[in-house]
Ligand binder design. Structure first.
Ligand code: SAH
Length: 358
């Protein structure tokens, strides 16, 4: 039998488990905070707990299931971690240092079942969904590596569910992980600091809108019309653009003051980056009167993907057309390309700049 993975339990579930051991309830709060606030990686370090309890815990449970296989550090400071789960499935996490706040990009699945033609993760296929505990562990590990065990990030942390996998095809575990991470007695990363990105799983966009303390939403669009989107993102055949936009319209009602949602648009040289595509995109957003912003992402190339990034002048021209039609558009600077850590490059590959084992 697999040992119980404590990192994926809510405080309430941990209370039940602690009660089943015949221990007082305050132990549950203690254990929760040692895992999530102090970010300890073994029971031996939990010296506030009696020895017998620690022995019992290490017999029946575990707090770390992800084994680091390699760590790569980019010339721009971005770090990519490649882990293996207990059943040997790859998981990747990216730590992105930024001027204001650092960002951790986590994965929600090992591999991905979607077949987006511009994304390297698609080549893996779906290996399996990650558990809430495996999602939370990625963040604990990245924080410990970047700042030291238990050290508070000086400027807080943003989380993005933009690593491998389609978060909305693993909705329950994703939302559970987000609830665990918001606990003040734990990591205390509030959903307001978290953005999840979807390729357009329409029913889950609608569901997210009904959740009071929810993360922000980003939608990967990549094309302004069904013909091209069907080709680039086959999920579009199931939920075409009109259905996606209707769901966005509904989601928009749940936006808080000052909150916007984002369309991500990967810029593929000669494929989706013409002036006509820009006009179509602006018209689409304006037709539905969506208060969304657009992030233009220069394509991150990798063998054997058949695309090249659009030249910067074309990305800028695309942005100008959107802006001239009243759509706010931003150009995203690629991070960690040299270590295969940028958007769409996660495929459990080795890369240059392997750093020493921890
Ligand atoms: N499956 C989810 C989460 C992954 S997010 C989703 O599709 O939203 C990954 C982001 O990177 C998406 O916005 C996707 O459009 C973008 N992307 C994928 N491959 C890319 C590539 N090769 N270059 C640049 N961006 C890419």
């Amino acid at each position: 039998m697999q040992p119980l993975h404590l990192t994926g339990l809510s405080q309430a579930e941990l209370s039940d488990f602690v009660a089943s051991l015949g221990e007082p309830d305050y132990r549950a709060r203690q254990i929760f905070s040692q895992i999530h606030a102090r970010r300890l990686r073994s029971f031996d370090e939990m010296t506030d707990l009696p020895k017998e309890l620690r022995a019992k815990l290490s017999e029946q449970t575990t707090i770390s299931t992800l084994a680091l296989e390699s760590r790569y550090i980019s010339t721009d400071g971005t770090r990519r971690y490649l882990f293996k789960t207990r059943d040997n499935k790859p998981v990747e996490t990216v730590f992105i240092p930024e001027e204001n706040r650092d960002t951790i990009c986590f994965s929600s699945q090992s591999g991905c079942p979607l077949q987006c033609t511009f994304c390297l993760t698609a080549q893996l296929g779906l290996l399996r969904n990650l558990t809430a505990g495996e999602i939370v562990e990625q963040i604990i590990f990245a924080l410990n590596d970047a700042y030291g065990v238990g050290v508070q990030p000086p400027r807080g942390t943003n989380l993005v569910g933009m690593g491998a996998g389609e978060p909305f095809l693993n909705f329950e575990e994703l939302m559970k992980a987000i609830r665990i991470m918001k606990e003040p007695n734990g990591l205390h990363i509030v959903p307001n600091r978290t953005t999840v990105s979807t390729a357009g799983i329409v029913p889950r966009i609608r569901e997210l809108a009904t959740i009071p303390d929810r993360p922000h939403l980003a939608i990967s669009l990549a094309a302004p019309n069904d013909e091209l989107r069907n080709e680039l993102m086959p999920i579009n055949k199931k939920w075409p653009i009109d259905e996606l936009m209707a769901a966005c319209k509904m989601f928009e009602k749940s936006l808080k003051r000052g909150e916007r949602f984002t369309f991500e648009y990967v810029m593929l040289d000669g494929v989706n980056d013409s002036a006509e595509h820009a006009r179509q995109l602006a018209n689409l957003i304006n037709r539905y009167r969506l208060h969304a912003k657009v992030n233009l992402i220069p394509h991150n190339p990798a063998e054997p993907l058949p695309y090249q990034p659009s030249p910067m002048v074309r990305v800028e021209a695309f942005q100008s057309i959107l802006e001239s039609k009243g759509v706010h558009a931003f150009i995203r600077r690629p991070r960690g390309r040299d270590i295969l850590a940028a958007c769409g490059q996660l495929a459990a590959r080795s890369s240059p700049r392997l750093s020493e084992q921890l």
